[in-house]
Design a protein around this ligand. Structure first.
Ligand SMILES: Nc1ncnc2c1ncn2[C@@H]1O[C@H](COP(=O)(O)OP(=O)(O)OP(=O)(O)O)[C@@H](O)[C@H]1O
Ligand SMILES: CC(=O)N[C@H]1[C@@H]2OC[C@@H](O2)[C@@H](O)[C@@H]1O[C@H](C)C(=O)O
Length: 391
C-alpha cells in the first residue's frame, strides 16, 4: 500500500496455520471478503464458524492497484458509459477477490471443497438509501466460477427493499461475538466511514454510521502530499493542532445530529465537503487541518456515544483507525469513563472484524436466518440477506 505501506496487511499474510482436526467440521469453513469505503484493497478471512466464537484460520489483504482504485473513484459520481465501466470493474474485482481466496486457502492448507461459501461484500460505488438503492460491484458469477465455491453476495439490497438503510450490517455480528452479560459496550469501526454498535445488556442493540472515519484524513493527506494514501500512525496529524472553529463548522453538518437509523458514504464526506468548510478558514496550516479532521472523527463518535450509549464503560475499536495511536489516545481522552481498546482484546484483531462479519453473513444466508437488525437499519423486519451463486 504505497507510499506508507502497512506491513501488517500487505502483502497477504498468515496469522494461524491451521491443523484440521475432527472437531473442526468442514461444513463450518467460510471465506469473508470485505473491500470497504477507504478503497485500500480487499481484506479476506478464512474462518471456522462452527462454534459460537469464530476461529480465524488465515487472513490477509491485497491492495488495490492505483489504476483500479482510480476506476472505482471515477464511478462514484455520475458519468458517461457507466454500465460498461461498472461491468468491467466488477470483473476485475472478482479476479482480485478470487486471488485473495486462493491465497487464504493455500496458506491454511484448506481445499475449496471444504469451504461452505464465500461471503463477498463487493465494492460500494454508490449508496443512496434515501432513493432506496445501494450499489456494491462484484461479478459474483465470475467469482463462483473462478473459486469453485458457492458465493453469497449482494447483502444490502434486501434490507433496503424492506425499508432499511442497507447499512450498517456488521452490528449483528458484533452482537453475536462481542456482547457481555454485565458490561455496556460500544464497538466502533473506523474504516473510511465510522460506524458504531451499542451492546448494552439492558437495552436493545442499535448501530449507525457516525460520519467520517479515516476518509477525510485520507483525502486531505492525498491532496496535500501527492502519492500519500493515509497518515501512517497519525504522525502528520500529531504535528498539527486542532482548530476549534473549523471543528465546530464541520460538526454543524446536519448528519451528525440526525437521529438513527442513518448511514452515509463518499457521497457526503468528500474532499469537496471539506473544501466547502475550509473556505471560511483561509490560511490554515495543512497539518492543523489534518489534526482537526482526526478530532472530527473522535468528536463525532464521542458525541454519538454520549447521546445514544451514555452508559458505555468499554469501547472496542476495529478497522484501520485502531492502528492510529493518536486517534486511539484522543478517543480515550474524549471518553474518560470508558476503557478504550482494539477488538484484539476480545479475540478478534481489528483488521479482521469486517471480513469476518461477511463470512458470518454468508453463514446466516446458508442457514436462511436473518442477517439484519431492524432496530439498526430501520427495515420493517428481519430478512435473509444476500443472493447465492452456486459453485
Ligand atoms: N498504520 C495506520 N495508521 C493510520 N491509519 C491507518 C493505518 N493503517 C490503516 N489506516 C487507516 O485505515 C484505513 C483503512 O481501514 P479499513 O480497511 O478498516 O477501511 P475500509 O474497510 O475500507 O472502510 P469501511 O469500514 O468504511 O468500509 C486506511 O485508509 C487508513 O486511513
Ligand atoms: C454502503 C456501505 O458500503 N457502507 C459501509 C461503509 O463503511 C462503514 C460504514 O459505511 C458501514 O455503513 C458500511 O460497512 C459496514 C461493513 C457495515 O455494513 O456494517
Amino acid at each position: 500500500m504505497p507510499p506508507h505501506g502497512d506491513a501488517t496487511r500487505s502483502p497477504f499474510f498468515l496469522t494461524d496455520r491451521m491443523h484440521i482436526s475432527p472437531q473442526h467440521m468442514p461444513q463450518g469453513f467460510y471465506l469473508g471478503l470485505m473491500s470497504g469505503t477507504s478503497l485500500d484493497g480487499v481484506d479476506a478471512v478464512l474462518a471456522d464458524l462452527s462454534a459460537a466464537q469464530p476461529r480465524v484460520l488465515a487472513c490477509g489483504s491485497l491492495p488495490y492497484a492505483d489504476a483500479l482504485r482510480a476506476e472505482i473513484l471515477a464511478l462514484q459520481p455520475v458519468g458517461d458509459n457507466e454500465l460498461d465501466r461498472a461491468a468491467r470493474l466488477a470483473q476485475q474485482l472478482a479476479r482480485l477477490y478470487a486471488e485473495v481466496c486462493q491465497l487464504a486457502l493455500a496458506q491454511a492448507g484448506v481445499s475449496a471443497a471444504q469451504v461452505v461459501a464465500v461471503g463477498c461484500h463487493g465494492q460500494t460505488v454508490r449508496h443512496a438509501p434515501q432513493a432506496g438503492y445501494t450499489v456494491q460491484l462484484a461479478d459474483l458469477a465470475l467469482l463462483a466460477e473462478l473459486t469453485g465455491i458457492d458465493v453469497v453476495g449482494d447483502f444490502r439490497r434486501r434490507d433496503l427493499a424492506a425499508g432499511g438503510q442497507g447499512a450498517p450490517l456488521v452490528p449483528a455480528a458484533h452482537q453475536a461475538w462481542f456482547g457481555d452479560a454485565h458490561e455496556a459496550r460500544v464497538v466502533l469501526n473506523l474504516g473510511g466511514i465510522g460506524n458504531l454498535t451499542r451492546l448494552d445488556p439492558a437495552l436493545p442493540v442499535i448501530g449507525f454510521d457516525t460520519g467520517p472515519g479515516n476518509m477525510l484524513m485520507d483525502a486531505w493527506i492525498a491532496d496535500c502530499q501527492p502519492g500519500a494514501r493515509f497518515d501512517a500512525g497519525g504522525a502528520w496529524a500529531a504535528s498539527g493542532r486542532c482548530v476549534p472553529a473549523l471543528l465546530a463548522d464541520c460538526l454543524a453538518d446536519p448528519y451528525f445530529a440526525a437521529p438513527p437509523p442513518k448511514s452515509t458514504g463518499r457521497e457526503l464526506f468528500s474532499l469537496d465537503w471539506l473544501h466547502a468548510r475550509l473556505a471560511a478558514h483561509p490560511g490554515l496550516a495543512a497539518a492543523d487541518v489534518q489534526r482537526t479532521l482526526l478530532q472530527l472523527t473522535v468528536s463525532s463518535a464521542a458525541q454519538a456515544i454520549a447521546q445514544h450509549a451514555p452508559a458505555t464503560r468499554a469501547l472496542y475499536v476495529c478497522g484501520g483507525g485502531a492502528l492510529n495511536p493518536l486517534l486511539m489516545a484522543e478517543l480515550a481522552a474524549a471518553l474518560p469513563h470508558c476503557r478504550v481498546s482494539a477488538t484484539d482484546a476480545l479475540g478478534v484483531p481489528a483488521m479482521q472484524v469486517e471480513a469476518l462479519a461477511f463470512a458470518w453473513l454468508a453463514q446466516r444466508f446458508m442457514q436462511r436466518l436473518p442477517g439484519n437488525l431492524p432496530a439498526v437499519t430501520g427495515a420493517t423486519g428481519g430478512r435473509v440477506l444476500g443472493a447465492l451463486y452456486p459453485a
